[in-house]
Design a binder for this molecule. Structure first.
Ligand SMILES: Nc1nc2c(ncn2[C@@H]2O[C@H](COP(=O)(O)OP(=O)(O)OP(=O)(O)O)[C@@H](O)[C@H]2O)c(=O)[nH]1
Ligand SMILES: [Zn+2]
Length: 363
């Protein structure tokens, strides 16, 4: 029946639940099931409830485990045993590196090596896509489906969810209108919304670019601090304005504004990363200490939008080779890379050097 939510709708619901601090039920292939809550949003009352149901563990990514010196027997993640004395602040200190330097001794931490980590991996993937810290408190339960039905919890089946996790929900254009701008009076803004109701993304068209010729294009990732606040820590604001100005001069172009704040980790996590940067870690190390990869963005969104606007080839304004490679892989030809070198400041010199050294950016 069409009234029943499908798996991508259930996943979207699970992300919203985790952000509220609600547990979700995850069920596995062998009939096993767990209850999972994001460490960041867990309340003391719910922690007590989880302890009534069983013996919870806290699952963190391999990246975070490295910093915590916890053995990651599962490779990309570690299931850390929670000592009886541990309270919510202990769990949050495992999840959140903010006070790593003040409280370096969380351990020694013992990690689980028996049994499957598949549901823990799913729990972490969900917290990440909910833009929360990638850490989940997980407890095994006997009848997950029954528990979900009785308590009105979202229930996700691992086998059904797996093919959808690395996938993005299809985008649909929901509205477009004329937008006269400083750089060009012939501006037009298109709003794209994913079918699962997630984050919207925008395309700003300048002029009426010919769909049969390579269009001057920029894939810009949202940066509240740089785009709007004039932050000196990165080069995003000048890049955004520089790209629009160039399109205005040429009288034609398309700028995609992708809501992938903080290279896909969200603004709260980006500010946690900035806090770590103030302690001396670089932009890549800070992401790793938080449990994230260097870059969690999905640039395929960009080619989805370009294709839906009818473009086949771009002259891409970027210094990031990963953007070019992804465009080519997903069927948008990059006929030219147009460098975008603006906004270097004394504050962002180290940031730009790290991107060049560790993320392959062209200086
Ligand atoms: N996690 C994290 N994100 C950051 C940091 N500084 C800036 N960002 C984010 O990095 C992204 C930069 O986006 P872009 O300028 O589109 O991408 P880029 O990879 O630098 O590539 P080009 O500018 O095209 O060369 C934005 O989402 C910013 O919010 C940081 O220190 N940590
Ligand atoms: Zn920025």
């Amino acid at each position: 029946m069409s009234l029943i939510p499908d798996i991508s709708e259930l996943l979207a619901r699970a992300r919203a639940d985790l952000r509220m601090g609600l547990p979700v039920v995850l069920t596995g292939e062998e009939g096993e099931s767990v209850l999972a809550v994001a460490a960041e949003t867990l309340s003391p009352a719910r922690l007590a409830d989880l302890r009534v149901l069983g013996t919870p563990v806290i699952a963190v990514t391999g990246r975070r485990a490295e910093t915590l010196k916890a053995r990651a027997y599962d490779g990309d993640l570690a299931r850390i045993l929670i000592p009886d004395f541990a309270d919510l602040s202990w769990l949050q200190a495992v999840a959140d590196p903010s006070d790593d330097l003040d409280r370096p001794m969380k351990g020694p931490l013992t990690t689980e090596r028996q049994g499957s980590a598949a549901l823990h991996r799913l729990a972490i993937a969900l917290t990440k896509s909910a833009r929360l810290l990638p850490a989940s408190v997980v407890v095994a339960v006997t009848d997950g489906r029954g528990l979900a039905a009785t308590h009105g919890l979202t229930c996700i089946d691992h086998a059904r969810a797996a093919p959808h996790l690395g996938e993005r929900s299809p985008l649909r254009e929901v509205a477009a209108a004329r937008l006269p701008m400083e750089v060009s009076e012939a501006g037009r803004l298109h709003v794209f919304r994913p079918e699962d109701g997630g984050e919207e993304h925008y395309a700003v068209e300048i002029g009426r670019p010919d769909r049969d010729k390579p269009v001057l294009a920029r894939l810009h990732s949202a940066c509240f601090t740089g785009d709007l606040m004039g932050s000196l820590k990165c080069d995003c604001g000048p890049q955004l304005r520089g790209a629009l100005a160039q399109m205005g001069e040429e009288g034609s172009g398309v700028l995609l504004y992708l809501n992938q704040e903080g290279r896909g980790i969200g603004l709260a996590n980006k500010m946690r990363a900035y806090f770590l940067q103030d302690q001396g870690f670089d932009t890549v190390e800070a992401n790793h200490r938080l449990g994230f990869e260097d870059d969690e963005r999905d640039f395929r969104l960009g080619s989805d939008i370009l294709k839906s606007l009818g473009f086949k080839a771009v002259r891409l304004l970027t210094n990031n080779p990963a953007k070019i490679a992804m465009m080519e892989r997903t069927g948008i030809a990059v006929t030219e890379r147009v460098p975008l070198k603006v906004g270097q400041t004394a504050h962002n010199r180290g940031y730009l050097a790290t991107k060049a050294a560790k993320s392959g950016h062209m200086l």
